[in-house]
Design a protein around this ligand. Structure first.
Ligand code: UFG
Length: 343
């Protein structure tokens, strides 16, 4: 089955392209390369043995999407294409609503027109804010979002839930990602943050590689075992495989309309200091870091109850955080960082 992968040149998208291919699906990428790079396709070619089919297009254009869906005989879609910088989303809300929700609406509408039913939507643990109970289940009431980015994920989920509830012929799953880390073990693809990374692991690997002078740990006075925040770090290939299992479930599901939401995490909370120590151990490099102020908007602790996805889709994480950090470090070293990592 041919699967449309919007944002397929991005971090999660590119790894999912590999997992789809390994599971016997034919991924077709649509990516406007606004926040990804063409060389990702070269990395994919090294892993797959061929360059995947791709369209350098923005998925906000209904005519473009209709044409691709028809020309490629698409049987399902995974929608990754979105802006994801939390801080920027607060400064440019319309840009985020237009891009993240506009593209989802275009995709759903063109899928309905073309009779394509299977859709996986990239959601995020950000929809939970700071959960009252941990590990957090999918049944937790969602608080008002703390960012425009987070709001686009909450509203995106609602768009799919309402479309399905109205009996439209769409079968959709929202996957709420916890914190993806690592890279494909070949180190041909990985995370390529633009400029200064927002996320912890690329900041750590760039610091260890000498691209950044030091890492600031954002606060050590939280109500957690060592005072630093707890997150659920999931290996990017595990996350990629969760998409494949979700897609298999939808394609095997005979109902014409379906919607559900699943956490995709390991179920383990890990502190920033614990992650740093594991990285130092894995890489053999001492990390230059200091304790700084809290980052506004950070939740103290967020980790998943991942039993629903295991019980219903049979997926669970099989790789460790240590493997994720080892793969992230291998990828960083493989980038010939001084030439290729923007400072
Ligand atoms: N952290 C640091 N120093 C850094 C970067 C991060 O100490 O330089 C800490 C953060 O305070 C947090 C942890 O590392 O405790 C993880 O931070 P990330 O930025 O990597 O990840 P977040 O959990 O903040 O972000 C995730 C997703 C976003 C999502 C966000 C909102 O990556 O897409 O949750 O909750 F929007």
């Amino acid at each position: 089955m041919n699967i449309l992968v919007t944002g397929g040149a991005g971090y999660i998208g590119s790894h999912t392209v590999v997992a789809l291919f390994e599971a016997g699906f034919n991924p077709v990428i649509v990516d406007d390369f606004s926040n990804s790079e063409l060389r990702v396709l070269d990395g994919l070619e090294k892993i797959l043995g061929f360059k995947p089919r791709y369209y350098a297009q923005n998925c906000n254009d209904p005519a473009v999407m209709r044409r691709i869906i028809r020309d490629e005989s698409i049987g399902g879609a995974i929608h990754f294409a979105a802006f994801k910088a939390v801080g920027e989303s607060m400064l440019e809300p319309l840009k985020y609503y237009q891009n993240n929700l506009g593209s989802l609406l275009v995709l759903v509408q063109t899928m309905l027109e073309c009779g394509v039913t299977n859709l996986i939507f990239s959601s995020s643990a950000t929809v939970y804010g700071q959960p009252d109970e941990l590990p957090v289940t999918e049944n937790a009431l969602l608080p008002p979002s703390m960012s425009v980015y987070g709001n686009t994920k909450q509203i995106g989920e609602e768009i799919l839930r309402d479309t399905s509830a109205a009996g439209k012929e769409i079968k959709a799953i929202s996957l709420r990602y916890f914190n993806p880390i690592g890279a494909h073990p070949s180190a041909h693809i990985g995370e390529l943050p633009t400029g200064i990374p927002n996320n912890l692991v690329p900041f750590i690997t760039q610091t260890a590689a000498g691209v950044r002078p030091s890492l600031t740990v954002f606060g050590n006075d939280y109500n957690t075992p060592d005072g630093t925040c707890l997150r659920d770090y999931i290996h990017i290939m595990d996350l990629a495989e969760a998409h494949v299992e979700s897609l298999k479930f939808l394609t095997e599901n005979s109902s014409s309309s379906f919607y559900d939401v699943f956490n995709v995490g390991t179920g383990q909370g890990c502190s920033v200091l614990e992650l740093i120590r594991t990285f130092e151990d894995v890489s053999g490099m001492p990390l230059n870091y200091r304790i700084g102020d809290r980052r506004p908007g950070d939740a103290a602790a967020v980790y998943a109850d991942a039993t629903k996805i295991y019980n219903q889709l049979g997926w669970r994480a099989s790789r460790t955080m240590r493997e994720g950090l080892a793969d992230a470090w291998r990828w960083q070293q493989n980038m010939r960082i001084r030439d290729e990592t923007p400072v």
